[in-house]
Design a protein around this ligand. Sequence first.
Ligand code: C2O
Ligand code: CU
Ligand code: CU
Length: 478
Amino acid sequence: MLAVAGLAGLAVGCGPGSPGVSAPENPLKIPPLLRPRRSSDGVRRFHLNLRAGRTEFLPGKKAATWGVNGSYLGPTLRASRGDRVAIRVANRVDEATSLHWHGMRVPAPMDGGPHQLIAPRGVWSPEWTIDQPAASTWYHPHPHGRTALHVYRGIAGMFIIDDRDAPDLPRAYGVDDIPLIIQDPTFRPDGSLDESAVTRGRFGFTGDSILVNGTYEPVLRVRAARVRFRLLNASGSRVYQVGFGDGRRFHLIATDVGLLRAPLEVGRVKLSPGERAEVLVDFAPGDRVTLNSVGERHKGAAPIEKGDFDLLAIAAAGRLAPAAPMPSRLSDSGPIEPPPGARVRRFVLGGLEINGRTMDMARIDEVVPAGATEIWEVHNTAFAHTFHIHGVGFSVLDVDGAPPFPQLRGLKDTVFVHANGKLRLAVTFGEHADPANPYMYHCHILRHEDQGMMGQFLVVEPGTESQVPTQLSGMTHH
Ligand code: C2O
Ligand code: CU
Ligand code: CU
């Protein structure tokens, strides 16, 4: 227990029942790093148990929650490019669910989407070789129609990919390399999670409180002059614009699935559900500052983009470990450039449909040749949505015909699509061909996804596109 004069005044005041200055400090929880067992064949084996539990978010009150190897959220997994990983996922909750590796380029049967359901008491054991650049990916359930609720109950965690080719960046986990998983539940007066709105309504649920790493009104004490935060928006619907209460600027170094070419100085980073950003933040000894989110104020802003929230109170120690020089170059990989004549596919986002249809587990919507680079044109004719594609990274070519904001110039797997927005994405598909197991693309506003705003694509041997059936055999209509 650290009690330091001056910190109490930092108490973050958001949500109901904000404590006064005498409230005890809630140190930011850091999801534990899960150590893999390394078998003689070199495979790194991780064990994940999805389970129910009870969690104290509000002081003295307990909530029924789900978690992975714990009562709420899950451990951080970490592996390097080239590693072979094997995960044993045991489902110990009383509902069928799945575990999807969001941002991970895995073969389709390992993807953990709605076709890889794990029955209660069941076990699922995906295994793959990590073959992508350094990134902050994450995992969460994906059972069709129940994703929002299962994530809200607490099943989510980070999977960090390291790359020996990456530049020298802070990487001491929990010290100067810290995940920040942002969620927005609503608590009932008894301290339990209010689930009533999560599975209802057309537009999606936004809560009135903030949790970071499952911590209510968190405080972080930093001991390094430069800290790398891995921001993850694991909320069902809410969009954040993350920055600092004192307006300090910081460096964006990575978007969803990869490092930028060079650090980009910014004042705010916009994160819609499912998106990640890695940032480097500099601290002076004794600094007291709040990480916060400000809502969009322009007229066309969607309700999910509104609202100001304090996220995390930060207190820097009186002496800080010095920072290494800021690398001028982070990666050599520029944006994906579609080859001349690249295939263009159009995705029209309606209220809750994509191209006029809602999700059918038995229907294949798109068939893509393995290894292809295509242009996916996303046209939103309705209210705010996001667009996420499984198993790939993409570059945003343009937004409403103009070059994207610098923040969208890194490699992405999820992107915000404002009302009536038109985005063009350059997408490179993986080399794993599989004519039987589809990947998903969908809106990552989880309530929209659950209502069917999702489609399926197969990645197949080039030249066989017209030979694969567009109905999945053995699949019943959902
Ligand atoms: Cu994070 Cu298909 O989702
Ligand atoms: Cu995903
Ligand atoms: Cu949507």
